[in-house]
Design a protein around this ligand. Structure first.
Ligand code: TZP
Ligand code: MG
Length: 234
């Protein structure tokens, strides 16, 4: 929520996703020995808006334990908590939503997911091409992730920034750009109109996660101010 102006609360939210959002995706094994909870705590202190638990091939008890710890930290600070891959787990953890990849949707069709988790919850979809993005735009999801934009150890290909402007023209909902984003390349993306980003390693591998989150958040906020200044001038 924003401040009151003339007695009216100015809301910074567009639907369920905040503008200029910084979305941290946590896979504990990339965190240089730090626990998911420790990572989440530092990232929240640095200003992340959303956190996703993305743990592959871990036993259920561990997913529940990690999920509960992140959910509690997010709940305390009003940070959105999303569970990757599994809407049933998202529901069990009382998460704010679920994130599905193209393969996950075969197992969990999006309309069933929506019914399962409820209309007030968040459903995010991964897309890797303009065709997938156009399809996701029609689907009942709340945000779309698009990438991998830059080369990343997490994926074996990247698609570059050539489609970024087109993505933003087509998408009727918030888009998170993802893949290899760091403080050295983020400006290329923001310069093409990107507003929201999602990151894994740039944050998880940082010596100081809190400062890294602050630096990312600062770039997003500066970018928003720059867009406003530009809009006023023209
Ligand atoms: N989807 C597209 S790229 C990516 C995912 C999950 C990995 C992003 O990780 P990193 O470390 O920020 O490149
Ligand atoms: Mg998945």
């Amino acid at each position: 929520m924003g401040p009151y102006v003339f007695g009216i609360r100015v809301c910074y939210f567009m639907g369920k996703i905040k503008n200029n959002s910084l979305y941290l995706i946590i896979t504990e094994e990339y965190g240089r020995g730090r626990s998911a909870a420790e990572i989440a705590k530092k990232a929240i202190a640095g200003g992340v808006d959303m956190i996703q638990m993305r743990e592959k091939n871990r036993p259920r008890e561990e997913l529940i334990k990690i999920g509960k710890s992140i959910a509690a930290l997010c709940g305390d600070k009003n940070v959105t908590f999303i569970v990757n891959d599994n809407p049933l787990l998202a529901k069990e953890l009382g998460a704010d939503g679920v994130h599905l990849g193209q393969e996950d949707m075969k197992l969990y069709p999006i309309n069933k997911v929506r019914k399962l988790i409820g209309k007030n919850k968040i459903v995010g979809l991964s897309t890797h091409s303009l065709d997938q993005l156009a399809k996701a735009n029609e689907d009942d999801c709340d945000y779309i992730a698009f990438g991998p934009i830059f080369p990343t150890k997490t994926k074996d290909y990247s698609i570059g920034t050539k489609d970024v402007r087109r993505v933003l023209e087509i998408a009727g909902k918030p888009v998170f750009f993802i893949g290899g984003i760091n403080l050295s390349n983020i400006d290329t993306l923001l310069g093409k109109g990107a507003k929201n980003i999602a990151v894994i390693r740039a944050m998880l591998e940082a010596d100081d996660i809190k400062t890294m989150a602050e630096d990312f958040k600062c770039r997003l906020t500066e970018n928003r101010k720059e867009r406003v200044r530009h809009a006023i001038k023209n």
